[in-house]
Design a protein around this ligand. Structure first.
Ligand SMILES: Nc1ncnc2c1ncn2[C@@H]1O[C@H](COP(=O)(O)OP(=O)(O)O)[C@@H](O)[C@H]1O
Ligand SMILES: [Mg+2]
Length: 266
C-alpha cells in the first residue's frame, strides 16, 4: 500500500516546498520509504536537497516526461525511464529533480494525446518502491499541475494565514473537483496545513477559524500548525533537513507532529 500526495496551492510562497521536504524527511525518519518529485520548474526542492544548479543536471523530470510523451506513452520504449538515473538521494529520501525545462513541457502537453496522464505513468512505474510519493507542485494550475493532481491519491494544501485568499482557494478547490470528476475519481483532499503561523496574532487565529467554518465540509484543517522560524530558510539554504540542522527545534517538532497526525488519519 502506498500513497501519493500532491502538495498544491497556486499561490507561491505559502510553504509547499517546505511542507514536501519536511513531511518527506519526517516520514523517512519514521522508517518509511519516501520519494519527493519536484514538479516545479523553479526547482526549489531540488536546490534544497543539495543541487544548487538544477539546470546542469543531465536527467530531470522534464526529460522523463518528454520521453514518455515522445514514446506515445509506451513505457517499454523509454530508455531514460528504465535507467533510473533521475532518481537521486538526500536526507534519507529519494527524489526526482526538476529544472527550468519543465516550463516548456506545458506547451508540449497541449498537443499531446492523453496529456493529463504523463506524470501518472511515471508515478505508476516507480510507486511500488515507496510508501509515500510526494509531489511538490508549482504555483500554477496548468497542465503540469493537472498531471500531478491526476497522479495523486490525496491533496495537501499548505496555507499561509497572513495571505489567505478565499478566491484563490475556491479556484484550487474547483480545479481539484474537476480533476476528480473527469480524470481521477479517487482523488481526495487530505487537508490544509497552516504554515508560518504565529499564534500570538489574532488574525492568524481568525483566519484559521474562517477556513474551518467555511470549508470544514470540504476538507479538514490539521490541528498541527507550523510556526514561523528563520531556521526553515537557513536549513534549506544549507541543503540540510530541519531534522539534521535543528532536530530539537520547534519546526522539526511541528513537522514530526504533522506527519503523525497525517498517518494517524490513514
Ligand atoms: N515555517 C516557516 N517559517 C519561516 N519561513 C518559512 C517557513 N516555511 C517556509 N518558509 C520560507 O518561506 C519561503 C516560501 O516557502 P516555500 O516552501 O518555498 O513555498 P512555496 O513552495 O509554496 O513557494 C521560503 O523562503 C521558505 O524558506
Ligand atoms: Mg515551491
Amino acid at each position: 500500500m502506498n500513497l501519493t500526495y500532491a502538495v498544491s496551492n497556486q499561490k507561491g510562497g505559502v510553504g509547499k516546498t517546505t511542507l514536501s521536504l519536511n513531511l518527506g524527511a519526517s516520514l523517512a525518519q519514521m522508517g518509511r520509504r519516501v520519494i519527493i518529485v519536484d514538479v516545479d520548474p523553479q526547482a526549489n526542492a531540488t536546490m534544497a536537497l543539495g543541487y544548487p544548479q538544477p539546470d546542469e543536471l543531465p536527467v530531470t523530470l522534464p526529460h522523463i516526461m518528454a520521453e514518455i510523451i515522445n514514446s506515445g506513452g509506451r513505457l517499454d520504449k523509454c530508455e531514460l525511464l528504465e535507467k533510473r538515473e533521475y532518481i537521486l538521494h538526500a536526507q534519507g529520501m529519494d527524489f526526482i529533480p526538476s529544472s527550468i525545462e519543465l516550463s516548456s513541457i506545458e506547451n508540449i502537453l497541449i498537443n499531446t494525446m492523453s496529456r493529463e496522464n504523463v506524470l501518472k505513468k511515471l508515478i505508476g512505474y516507480i510507486r511500488d518502491d515507496y510508501d509515500y510519493i510526494i509531489l511538490d507542485c508549482m504555483p500554477s494550475l496548468n497542465f503540469v499541475t493537472i498531471n500531478a493532481l491526476n497522479a495523486a491519491d490525496r491533496v495537501l494544501i499548505p496555507m499561509q494565514p497572513q495571505f489567505f485568499s478565499a478566491k484563490g482557494l475556491e479556484l484550487l478547490l474547483s480545479t481539484i473537483a474537476s480533476v476528480k470528476e473527469n480524470l481521477n475519481p479517487g482523488l481526495a483532499i487530505e487537508g490544509a496545513l497552516m504554515t508560518m503561523f504565529d499564534s500570538r496574532l489574532n488574525f492568524h487565529r481568525e483566519t484559521m477559524n474562517i477556513v474551518k467554518t467555511a470549508y470544514g465540509d470540504y476538507f479538514r484543517v490539521f490541528d498541527t500548525k507550523i510556526p514561523v522560524s528563520v531556521r526553515v530558510t537557513e536549513s534549506q539554504a544549507q541543503g540540510r533537513s530541519i531534522f539534521d540542522a535543528d532536530p530539537k527545534g520547534r519546526i522539526a517538532e511541528s513537522y514530526a507532529a504533522f506527519a503523525k497526525e497525517l498517518i494517524a488519519n490513514g
